[in-house]
Design a protein. Sequence first.
Length: 269
Amino acid sequence: MNRRHVLALVALCVSLGAGLLAAPATRAAEGKLELIEPGKLIVATDSTFAPFSMRTPSGELDGLEVRVMREVCRRLGLAYSPVNIKFDALLVGLMADQYDITSESMDITPTRQKQVAFADGWLESGARIVTRKDTGIKGPEDLKGRNVGALSASTFGKLVEEHGATLKSYKTAADAMQDLVGGNIDAVINDAVAGNYAIKARKLPLVMIETPLSTVQKGFAIKKGKPNLHAAVNKALAEMVADGTYAKLITPLIGYDPAPKAPIRTPAM
């Protein structure tokens, strides 16, 4: 065997050795992210809440949270695996390890922070009143004694009751808005981004009251005790905002960049 053949054999052995080492290293890295299935991020979303999560005319999943979460997965080298879950069941399924993370439009609240470890706030919005022009509702003080709809298990229901209105809960925000159009309720308390999008996209005969009822940040919920996954998602989100990718993904849908200037942070444990 001449020198050239020896060198070629050595190079082949090194290459094979590196390949054998690379596979366990990759699996180890995936394991460190505390995933339910290696190489895959199972994400709970509710495809009925446009523009956060919705179906395109061709049936494809799209929306603000979908675009952001797909990019998070790309940066982490994971397959994006969405599952469609109704909003009121999101945290129950998360605690039962049915999925790794939720990407629904969920408000970060102190009560929820005790239950789950939110990734850093990814979008800033708030609660607003949506009504018909004929109801005479001009501000929060006009809600007293009215019938007002809100998404079941959301923070909006509490706001309805705090303002002296009678709450009617809905499984989807679209159902609440349709009931409002039909005259079955007097108003809906909805997310500002979602409410504004629905009125424009569906050409609904509704108006959004300027006075906000709350200012909130949305968060992706992770079960506590998964610090590596929590840190990895936070890193991906921060890099997306810093390099301009976040704005490029979000702005085409709603016309502006809603990234929080000071994201709310939740401990992983």
